[in-house]
Design a protein around this ligand. Structure first.
Ligand code: HEC
Ligand code: HEC
Ligand code: HEC
Ligand code: HEC
Ligand code: HEC
Length: 408
């Protein structure tokens, strides 16, 4: 039989093939192992080194190795952040570089990591053990770590780390004030002062002129109309822009421009986005009862006004937006003008009688009277009567005032 090979080294054929095969197998094995060599192994190695330098070899030996995980069944979280952030509960690393810094202690005293994990406050993807997937931003993913880098992206004023407070307020929404959540506290104060509830229901209380905001944070990004928004097209950016100038994004809106500063608008946007249908079980929600309470002073003030000469305006709900000073009624929000002299003011502003204005109102009042306070023709007559009573009182007080100070 003729020999088929023309190899110059016929005897070496098989060993060479065998070696090539072996190399292939070996590289496959190395490649697969390399793929599993995550960044976290490097950080664990480095942490051991740092501990060794600082606290000695024995201590370094006690550093746990391998994947670390905090499993919080009640929240459904398996947070592996401590795989890299190993110093969270170590003393002595308060000024180390991340990820090896001791965690601020006070907040963990009231929220032990064993019960709260990490992502309930920080956001991020708990199960991920590489930096980018754990922190974000990653495409198609809405839960990045709410830390400094996202704060930079959103140009948060004064405190780049403030975004995390959105997560604080998922559990603390019924607090009037939460220590350590200054942006949220500012926003809650503004909601009270500016009277957003005149038009919006929040936590079951308020008006119906604007949408119910109780779960406004659940609105999906696809549900926003970004067509009038410049710059970043995110829900957060939309809210900041809308709060600063509602008409710029919703041209037909009756929501007033409150002249918010950037910080105020950012704080309110955080508060709004924290209003999510509770993703945490009831025992994690601080504050009982689970509703926004009016303070005793607010309730007392309302009671007082309800029994005075301006009672009709209070019980009908006009006082939510209007003061009627001559009757001692002070609106908490003062979104509309004082109605004491409306009879005259409507005439001079719109060139219409008050009867005419209430019969076919314009602007905010057309929305109020069609969506929030529905008055029958008879009730409108009562309203006109009350407004005339107020105006009579207004003229009386004015006359008395000029008489009392004739020399002016
Ligand atoms: C109850 C809420 C809460 C929990 C739970 C929590 N943290 Fe924090 N964390 C905070 C607060 C508050 C700060 C301080 C932020 C600041 O200085 O503005 C902080 C700071 C940090 C920082 C430093 C951030 C920076 O910008 O310098 C890291 C890293 C960190 N936490 C990681 C973790 C890890 C890992 C866990 C889980 C083991 C965890 N945290 C659990 C609230 C929490
Ligand atoms: C693979 C290692 C690794 C994992 C896993 C990891 N981190 Fe980090 N983390 C780092 C490193 C490195 C830094 C410092 C450099 C940086 O900011 O990217 C850091 C910084 C941070 C900071 C401060 C930076 C900022 O933007 O405010 C926070 C907060 C933080 N991590 C939270 C978390 C949370 C929460 C998790 C779990 C979901 C987590 N990390 C998981 C490595 C990790
Ligand atoms: C997963 C839910 C949850 C998150 C997230 C959360 N908290 Fe809390 N927090 C609680 C609960 C529950 C309590 C205990 C309240 C009680 O006893 O009424 C509490 C207590 C507190 C207290 C009172 C502690 C004391 O010493 O009396 C403060 C202040 C506080 N949280 C601030 C924060 C801040 C700031 C954040 C965000 C960085 C935050 N919390 C995130 C659930 C949460
Ligand atoms: C005079 C009535 C009125 C007042 C007061 C008012 N709003 Fe509005 N708001 C509206 C109306 C109407 C809309 C719907 C049209 C639009 O998007 O502007 C709206 C929309 C919104 C939206 C968007 C909701 C969504 O899902 O699209 C938010 C958020 C909001 N208001 C927050 C506030 C806050 C915060 C305050 C108090 C600082 C406030 N509003 C005060 C009338 C009002
Ligand atoms: C949600 C807030 C809101 C409520 C509730 C409300 N108003 Fe108004 N009202 C306004 C605003 C804002 C204006 C200013 C007109 C404008 O800019 O469209 C106004 C204007 C008026 C005016 C014209 C005043 C003037 O001086 O020009 C009258 C009259 C009036 N409202 C009566 C009432 C009465 C009566 C009620 C109760 C039945 C009522 N309003 C309830 C917001 C409200």
């Amino acid at each position: 039989m003729e020999r088929r090979t023309n190899s110059p080294y016929p005897r070496l054929d098989r060993p060479v093939l065998a070696i090539v095969g072996l190399l292939l197998v070996l590289s496959t094995v190395l490649f697969t192992r390399g793929d599993r060599e995550h960044e976290w192994r490097y950080y664990q190695w480095d942490f051991k080194r740092v501990v060794g330098e600082k606290l000695g070899a024995a201590k370094a030996h006690s550093v746990p190795t391998g994947l670390q995980q905090i499993w919080v069944p009640a929240l459904g979280h398996a947070d592996r952040c401590t795989t890299c952030h190993q110093a969270v509960q170590w003393a002595g690393f308060e000024s180390a570089e991340e990820p090896f810094r001791t965690h601020p202690k006070e907040i963990l005293r009231s929220h032990p990591v064993e019960t709260f994990g990490c992502t309930s406050c920080h956001g991020g993807q708990g199960w991920a053990v590489d930096v980018d997937p754990a922190h974000g931003p990653v495409e198609h993913w809405e839960e990045p770590v709410l830390g400094q880098s996202l704060g930079d992206t959103y140009s948060i004023v004064d405190n780049k780390r403030a975004l995390m407070q959105m997560n604080c307020n998922v559990c603390h929404r019924y607090d009037r004030e939460t220590k350590g959540a200054d942006f949220i506290n500012l926003a809650k104060q503004l909601v009270q002062e500016k009277g957003c509830r005149a038009c919006h229901t929040i936590n079951g209380r308020g008006g119906t002129i604007g949408p119910d905001l109780t779960y406004a944070g659940d609105k999906a990004p696809e549900q926003y109309d970004f067509s009038r928004l410049n710059g970043q097209k995110t829900a957060y950016a939309w809210h900041v822009a809308h709060l600063k100038e509602p008409k710029a994004l919703s041209p037909d809106t009756v929501m007033p421009n409150f002249n918010f500063s950037t910080k105020e608008a950012q704080a309110l946007a955080m508060l709004i986005m924290s209003w999510r249908r509770s993703p945490v079980p009831a025992q994690f929600v601080a504050g009982v009862p689970r509703t926004d309470r009016q303070t005793p002073e607010e309730i007392a003030a309302e009671q007082r006004m309800k029994t005075g000469p301006g009672a009709w305006f209070v019980s009908t709900g006009c006082f939510v937006c209007h003061s009627i000073k001559v009757f001692g009624v002070t609106s908490p929000a003062q979104i509309g003008p004082d109605l004491s002299n409306a009879v005259e003011d409507v005439q001079s502003r719109f060139g219409r009688t008050i009867d005419d204005f209430l019969a076919s109102p314009t602007g905010t009042m057309s929305v109020v009277l069609s969506r929030q306070i529905i008055l029958t023709p008879q009730q409108k007559q009562i309203a006109i009567g009350k407004l005339r009573e107020a105006f009579a009182e207004y003229q009386k007080q004015k006359a008395a005032a000029t008489k009392a100070a004739p020399s002016h």
